[in-house]
Design a protein around this ligand. Structure first.
Ligand code: PLP
Length: 638
């Protein structure tokens, strides 16, 4: 039901309500809602009442009402402080979030905020997310009882649906009814009424839903809140904790599967070279990050064999206890010298190096300006640090500069990738560093995919740059072009000392095996002396991009499209998987990359080139892709 009137010659929303009811209850519901629309107590009289009736196409889920508690606050200041205290457990910008709750003009829906980053993640920030399609099983005559607005009861019902939605961790609300001065906080399965959240007569209000996008992405949560029918029954003893562990685990897995996001990786019986062997048969690989084929280079293999005999299989502890061997030190010296940094600090994986370094550098008092396409390890570093994170559009230096100008914290950090892991495009690092340093901020670049692949001799995106134009922190992995595993933070002496003393990911994890470190050192040593593989890889990348563009599968390459990864856009997740499966039937292994590595509905085929691919391999790939993508588009439902 929606009732409208006029105020100062403009349309005015007088009242609105909806409910899920059984067919036998329709008549009394219509009567109840009409009485409510026409109630004389409204400040503005209803001139038009619209009632619409929908039939459900899915069975509603039945959930219990949340148990309730009361938090009495003496005044508005105390109530707002309570909201800020709750928000600060979840977001780095609690004051900004409080403004959504207290400042008009109000959205009709709720703001959806991602925990950790504090980012708004609803699709339409002007409209917000509308929680609809829920009904009341707690009243004996629910239709008739709709005749009068019962703030508390209706809010508890709505909050019960919100609390049961996938990914939701908490909800906070201040009503926009000028005379309703109570709000609520819903967290850990309990609805707590908060008194004195505003002064009588204040027409402002707002609602915030805090979501963990690692559990369910925002689209999935919104869909559930706006469209999934839910009936809310009486509070039960078991509803003190709304879902069991088993239910939670099953429903998360089901939601993931239903969205076409589950994976079943292949098992390899050979190295990940172009002509590989899996338990499903032979495959021509275009999906390995062993870009230079170093994992099968005899010098690297021999270094591992020698190290295992001399130093054993395990490091026996953290780098701070028994985990630093001669092999670790050699890997660090070789890498620092190769990449032109005073120090390289080696950790067990690129993921670990990234989260450890960012957690150490950032914090709630630091603003991190982060490219929208940054890798999960960089995002997780910001989350661990509880940094204020401002996400800027991908590869947009103007947006970075604008964000730097708005920084209110003492320190800021700009975070980008060197070669982007999903599109293979190169960041103009010198310009990025110039802008960053101009604002006194720190430049951190993760060149996981650029090391060994771009730059005249394969030293990555910083090759040839003078020290003044280099990022302050260069993050790198040994797991890709170096053909081994591990990650590096390349930094100056002082920061290296701080990482070695204080970075939790460095101190509180066993060091990688000396065998691994020895292979990394050998791989770097090889590439410092011999650049043939780098040149061969770069020729393959140019050739593949040219052929794919000529076939109309990708846009014509730009000057920044230099990395060994090529993104072929496919769109829906299901189509990407169908194309991947058909390519596999033809003996080709190309990864279909789906959410959360890329956006929802923006699945891609991610082609990885290596130095060991031949011209024939590349031609076969392009011809097969043309064929399979053509067929997939023709078969797609219109
Ligand atoms: C850009 C980027 N950074 C970091 C990592 C993590 O590196 P590693 O696989 O060594 O943990 C990856 C790879 O997955 C990546 O693509």
């Amino acid at each position: 039901m929606r009732a409208t009137g006029t105020l100062d010659d403009a349309p005015y929303h007088v009242s609105g309500a909806e409910s899920l009811v059984a067919p036998g209850m329709i008549e009394q519901t219509v009567a109840g809602l009409t009485r409510r629309a026409l109630a004389p107590s409204h400040t503005v009289e209803a001139q038009q009442v619209r009632l619409s009736l929908d039939q459900l196409d899915v069975e509603p889920t039945v959930i219990p009402t949340l148990p309730t508690e009361l938090k009495e606050c003496p005044d508005v200041i105390a109530a707002h402080q309570h909201f800020v205290d709750v928000l600060s457990h979840f977001v780095p910008n609690p004051a900004e979030a409080l403004r959504i709750l207290t400042e008009g003009p109000t959205m009709r829906g709720a703001a959806m905020i991602e925990v950790g980053t504090g980012r708004r993640v609803e699709a339409d920030t002007l409209r917000g997310v509308r929680v609809t399609r829920f009904g009341d099983l707690t009243e004996s005559a629910p239709g008739a009882s709709l005749a009068h607005k019962k703030h508390h009861h209706e809010a508890v019902l709505l909050a019960s649906k919100v609390a049961a939605a996938p990914g939701v961790l908490a909800e906070l609300c201040i009503s926009d009814d000028p005379h309703y001065t109570r709000g609520y906080v819903c967290i850990d399965g309990v609805y707590t009424t908060v008194t004195n959240v505003k002064t009588d007569g204040d027409p402002n209000g707002g609602r915030i839903i805090l979501v963990d996008t690692a559990r369910a992405d925002a689209t999935m949560t919104t869909e559930w809140l706006e469209n999934h029918p839910v009936l809310i029954g009486p509070t039960t003893a078991s509803s003190q904790r709304t879902t069991s562990w088993q239910d939670d685990i099953c429903s998360r897995l089901n939601a993931w599967r239903t969205a076409g996001l589950d994976r079943s990786p292949r098992t390899f019986c050979s190295p990940q070279s172009p002509n590989a062997l899996t338990t499903d048969g032979p495959a021509l690989l275009f999906s390995s990050s062993d870009y230079l084929g170093m994992s099968t280079e005899p010098q690297v293999q021999q270094a591992m064999i020698t190290a295992v005999r001399r130093l054993g299989c395990s490091s026996g502890g953290s780098r701070l206890t028994t985990g630093t061997s001669l092999a670790h030190q050699r890997a660090e010296h070789e890498t620092a010298a190769w990449l032109g940094y005073p120090q390289a600090v080696f950790m067990a994986s690129g993921y670990q190096a990234n989260i450890a370094t960012i957690q150490l550098l950032a914090g709630p008092d630091v603003t991190v300006i982060s490219d929208a396409d940054n890798h999960a390890s960089l995002i997780d570093g910001c989350r661990l640090a509880r940094a204020r994170t401002v996400v800027v559009p991908h590869a947009d230096l103007d947006a970075i500069e604008a964000a730097l100008e708005r920084v209110t914290t003492n320190r800021a950090l700009v975070l980008a990738e060197g070669v982007y892991s999903m599109g293979g495009d190169v960041t103009p690092v010198a310009k990025l560093v110039e802008i960053t340093h101009h604002h006194g901020a720190l430049a951190v670049v993760d060149d996981a995919h650029g090391i060994g692949t771009v730059g005249p001799t394969g030293r990555g995106v910083t090759e040839g740059l003078p020290a003044s134009q280099r990022p302050d922190v260069l993050l790198a992995t040994a797991s890709k072009a170096l053909g081994v595993e591990g990650g590096f933070a390349c930094v100056d002496e002082t920061l290296a000392d701080l990482i070695r003393n204080c970075a939790r990911g460095y101190a509180f994890s066993s060091a990688s095996s000396p065998v691994v470190a020895a292979a990394v050192a050998a791989s770097v040593q090889y590439l410092r002396a011999d650049t043939n593989r780098v040149r061969r890889l770069q020729a393959n990348v140019t050739q593949a991009r040219r052929l794919l563009a000529e076939a109309g599968l990708i846009p014509p390459p730009t000057a920044n499209d230099l990395g060994p990864i090529i993104r072929v856009p496919v769109g829906p997740e299901s189509r990407a998987v169908a194309v991947q499966d058909e390519l596999a039937r033809r003996g080709l292994m190309v990864g279909a990359i789906r959410y959360p590595a890329v956006g929802r509905g923006d699945a891609i085929l991610r082609i990885c080139l290596t130095a060991h691919h031949t011209d024939e391999h590349i031609q076969f790939l392009v011809a097969s892709l043309c064929d399979v993508l053509d067929a997939a588009l023709t078969d797609a439902p219109r």
